[in-house]
Design a binder for this molecule. Structure first.
Ligand SMILES: [Zn+2]
Length: 212
């Protein structure tokens, strides 16, 4: 990944988006950048939406278990209220779960001279743009697209395949519910199909018992 911090761009404030599908190392990349800021003795704060409690409640954690302290916030506005005046680098993980207000917040923070690093899923399990990500990508000064490995063919993966029969958007990432896939092996209809098969089997069973 290009280290934009070394280019000095951040001195004027900037928004950097780290995006990709699940298992592409987004949080890992965010943690790396924050650690570099720490080594450079820059003052930083890391935030994440309260919805993401899968591994730890007071830190950001990647799938391979590396962790970093983070403040839970309920809304994008709350980040504004919690950023200290001296903070130079602001990290935000799982940014796709915030509402559109996050775009304004990131812009305000960058305009005040801060380096704003946001990490999030660019598409959801249906392959559609996730929440505020399209807007964040449009206003970003730098974009780092991360790739996972397709679990079918081993090619670079850009999509998150859901493999359990539920259609809720907020099913948080466990290794059991999702797989990384390339465009060719991504199947957004899979969930609907297995759900229908399951319902049909249940109905047939019900009919069978009703007739018995
Ligand atoms: Zn593939």
């Amino acid at each position: 990944m290009v280290d934009y911090s070394a280019m000095g761009l951040h001195r004027h404030g900037q928004i950097e988006v780290i995006c990709g599908c699940m298992f592409s190392g987004k949080t890992e990349a965010l943690i790396t950048q924050i650690r570099r800021a720490e080594i450079a003795r820059l003052r930083f704060q890391v935030f994440k939406p309260e919805i993401d409690t899968r591994y730890s409640t007071d830190s950001v954690a990647s799938h391979n278990k590396s962790k970093f302290p983070a403040v839970n916030v309920k809304s994008a506005r709350e980040i504004m209220a919690k950023v200290a005046p001296f903070t130079e680098v602001v990290g935000i993980d799982e940014v796709q779960f915030f509402d559109d207000e996050i775009v304004k917040v990131a812009t305000e923070l960058a305009s005040s001279g801060r380096r704003v690093l946001v990490a999030g899923l660019d598409t959801d399990w249906k392959g559609l743009p996730f929440g505020p990500m399209p807007q964040l990508l449009a206003v970003a000064d730098a974009i780092h697209k991360q790739y996972a490995i397709c679990m079918v063919c081993g090619a670079p993966a850009t999509r998150t395949q859901r493999i359990v029969p539920t259609e809720s958007q907020f099913l948080l990432g466990s290794t059991d519910s999702y797989e990384a896939r390339c465009r060719r092996h991504f199947d957004p209809e899979f969930v609907t199909r297995i759900k229908m098969t399951h319902e049909k089997a249940t109905n047939q069973e019900a009919t069978h018992f009703a007739q018995a």
